[in-house]
Design a protein around this ligand. Structure first.
Ligand SMILES: [Zn+2]
Ligand SMILES: [Zn+2]
Length: 389
């Protein structure tokens, strides 16, 4: 009977433990989303902030709630956004109260909780030739509801804003951007700081040229209106256009300073568009030659292995020749992969160690309008003559 008693006690104890375990409150933690990081190597001395400074919500002609813009950006590996609802074009104003600051305010909690930088902005909207301008780092969008365009831009500049000209070729003959007197007027007054060289799927070479000639900031944005997933084929690795801003620190102040100082590059489709001083270090840090030293016997081959540690697929086209080896006409460096490239000796009798320069143009790094960036990769090759038979 002692056995039965202790069995019963053990059972009671078990039930007690089970009940107490079930009563301990369990935190309902869950995984909320998976962010795809954009792999672009850092430039020495700067932090790369991945930005999209042009998008809409239901507070103008977009179809999503402001908080969703933050969530989409976070998932896509973006660090900073600006919601730039139109001041003057409000097709949903029967349903949504007009308050030009409201889309920003509603997105703040989501931005804070996901550690995403949210920049207060708006889109000042006129017909051509004044056209559309985004104002970033503003303090009050409601104060910019000013009828006269030049007065409006002046008030925007007085808020300390960074002002950029949007989609400059839109509604222009042949989709080609035109530098009208009005752009010149606000640029000369120091109120026009950047141009969208890329807007959504469109690249504007003229705007690229003006940015270089007139010392303006190169900008690329999505200008997304619907859900971002409906605009880009993420399944095939596509991404929205972003502006990479090279800031000294990850703060709003530092971001703004970098933009006024024109430290930007556009990452659009498979292109990087910007000044050579930024594109060259990005390319150099992306690419690693895994076989820096090789041997070739006579007219035999050596295989160079080149690794690309970035998300950009670099397309290289031969830009010259080498006196000792024949080089492939083109090389594609795939993201996160190593490619093997064949070099073939030109001479049966060459002897000794030679530095072989591989001259190429990276076609998808635009340092000038629609023009790629020349690069020189190099490897050491020890040549030895083919054996005589
Ligand atoms: Zn616009
Ligand atoms: Zn827009």
């Amino acid at each position: 009977m002692i056995f039965v008693k202790s069995l019963k006690a053990a059972l009671n104890l078990f039930i007690l433990i089970l009940v107490s375990v079930l009563l301990i409150p369990v935190e309902a933690e869950s995984q909320l989303g998976v962010r795809t990081e954009m792999r672009i190597p850092e430039i020495p001395g700067y932090i790369t902030i991945k930005c999209d400074f042009h998008m809409h919500t239901v507070f103008s002609d977009g179809s999503v709630w402001p908080q969703v813009r933050v969530q989409e950006a976070w998932l896509e590996g973006i660090d900073a956004i600006s919601i730039t609802d139109h001041i003057e074009y409000l097709p949903h104003d029967d349903d949504i109260k007009t308050n030009h600051n409201r889309s920003f305010d509603l997105a703040v909690p989501a931005a804070k909780s996901s550690n995403l930088m949210l920049i207060r902005g708006t889109e000042i909207t006129r017909d051509e030739p004044e056209a559309h301008h985004n104002a970033l780092f503003i303090t009050d969008a409601n104060a910019l509801e000013i009828e006269d365009f030049v007065e409006c831009i002046e008030a925007t500049a007085k808020q300390g804003a960074f002002i950029m000209w949007n989609h400059p070729g839109w509604k222009q003959p042949g989709n080609k951007s035109v530098w009208y007197d009005i752009q010149n007027e606000i640029w000369e007054k120091g109120w026009l700081h950047g141009i969208e060289v890329v807007n959504g799927g469109v690249y504007y070479p003229n705007a690229h040229k003006w940015c270089l000639e007139k010392n303006m900031t190169i900008m690329g944005t999505s200008d997304v209106h619907g859900p971002i997933t409906m605009s880009y084929d993420f399944a095939s690795g596509d991404h929205r256009p972003v502006t990479l801003v090279f800031a000294r620190e990850k703060t709003e102040e530092s971001l703004k300073e970098a933009m006024f100082d024109r430290r930007t590059v556009i990452y659009w489709k498979n292109f990087l568009i910007g000044e050579e001083k930024f594109l060259r270090p990005i390319f150099n840090s992306s690419v690693e030659i895994k076989t820096p030293e090789m041997g070739i016997t006579g007219t035999g081959r050596a295989y160079v292995q080149i690794y690309n540690d970035s998300d950009v697929k670099y397309t290289l086209v031969l830009n010259g020749e080498n006196e000792y080896v024949t080089l492939p006409r083109s090389i594609t460096l795939y993201p996160g992969k190593t490619v093997m490239v064949s070099l073939r000796g030109k001479s049966e009798s060459l002897t000794g160690l030679k530095k072989i320069i591989l001259p190429y143009v990276v076609e998808n790094l635009y340092v000038q309008p629609s023009e790629g960036m020349p690069v020189e990769l190099s490897v050491d090759v020890r040549f030895q003559p083919a054996e005589r038979r």
